[in-house]
Design a binder for this molecule. Structure first.
Ligand code: KG4
Ligand code: ZN
Length: 332
């Protein structure tokens, strides 16, 4: 499976075998390009994807030691993401599939994040699994009963976890993207053994939903009070996010009788979150290595492989966003 991902600010192509092994997974990051704006500028992202998409595909084939002649199917991310950015990788993937008469699989980005767990060596994940998707755009708790069978049980009502990390990073004056920078400050503070302060948690009792906008405001007030330094606010913020996510995920896993917890998305790179999920969940927790947690094409290739095995493929007139409900089968 040749897979292409361009939903945000990473142009990526990968060659995936059997949905389990990434022969290559080339990621061209645009982070330096967007850093000076403090966020991803959609038009800049689209143009950079255009410049990078073909070289990245070539690199992915070369690194896998194969040519297009060895490819059996092609996958492209169809959303969610930035429309102009998505169109570049999606159209490239569709064109290659069409030109070579191969099956094409428009693939949901969030389903892709979950399938990063299939790219880790060892036994395949088992069902029913509780999936925690924590990215820049999503904080979702999803029950996965089998391949292609999902039920969303909770999600954020306002900011996604990664978005909150990024915004708090910005108000603390940390470099873009805020998530890793806030985590670094927070971990350094904790490593000094310093006693911090506490920020509120939005538990939203009786639901498995999340809310991080109030916490963001509380962090802003803490900064404006002048009483706390950057590392201290970062640590309090990270602890609050991690406590709520790990608390809700572990409780839901127990309630559902899930046999595993699968963690996915860029925020799954967070060390404290990994630690607390592993400590609190009643069942084994899988968390892919950081390079498979952030956006990459191999995860898209893995998800598409299992969809292909279910007999699915996308119609040529399928467009980005055309099937936004990722629990629904692909058309065609
Ligand atoms: O999944 P991803 O690469 O892109 C989306 O699909 O959104 O996630 C990116 C998000 C960003 O908000 C970034 O700040 C956050 O993941 N992130 C982190 C860490 N590494 C990346 N957040 C907290 N701690 C980290 N170590
Ligand atoms: Zn993502």
């Amino acid at each position: 499976m040749l897979a292409i991902e361009s939903s945000c600010d990473e142009t990526s192509a990968a060659v995936v075998v059997d949905g389990r092994v990434a022969r290559s997974n080339v990621v061209a990051s645009q982070v330096d390009l967007h850093a000076r704006y403090g966020g991803v500028v959609p038009e800049v992202a689209s143009r950079q994807h255009l410049a990078k998409v073909l070289p990245v595909i070539r690199d992915a084939l070369d690194a896998a030691g194969c040519t297009l002649g060895d490819i059996d199917a092609v996958a492209g991310t169809r959303g969610p993401g930035l429309a102009g950015a998505l169109l570049v990788g999606y159209s490239a993937a569709k064109a290659i599939a069409f030109g070579r008469d191969l099956p094409f699989l428009g693939t949901n980005h969030l389903e892709g994040h979950i399938y990063a767990n299939w790219l880790v060596e060892g036994d395949e994940p088992r069902f029913p699994a509780l999936c925690l998707v924590v990215s820049g755009g999503h904080t979702d708790l999803v029950l996965m009963r089998g391949h292609g069978e999902y039920e969303r049980l909770g999600g954020t009502r306002d900011d996604a976890a990664g978005e909150a990390f990024d915004k708090v990073g910005r108000l603390l004056g940390l470099p873009f993207p805020g998530g890793p920078a806030v985590a670094r400050e927070a971990d350094a503070f904790a490593a000094r053994g310093a006693k911090g302060f506490s920020l509120p948690r939005a538990w939203l009792p009786g639901t498995f939903d999340f809310s991080f906008s109030g916490l963001k405001t509380a962090a802003l007030h803490a900064v404006r009070s002048g009483k706390y330094g950057t590392p201290e606010v970062a640590a309090a913020f990270q602890e609050s996010v991690v406590d709520v996510i790990a608390g809700k995920t572990s409780r839901l896993a127990a309630e559902l009788g899930a046999v595993e917890v699968l963690v996915a998305g860029g925020v799954a790179a967070n060390r404290r979150l990994r630690e607390e999920l592993a400590r609190r969940c009643p069942v084994p927790v899988r968390i892919p290595p950081a390079r498979l947690c952030t956006d990459n094409a191999a995860m898209i290739g893995a998800a598409a492989t299992y969809r292909l095995r279910l007999g699915e493929r996308s119609a040529w007139d399928e467009d980005i966003f055309s099937t936004n409900d990722w629990s629904a089968p692909l058309p065609g």
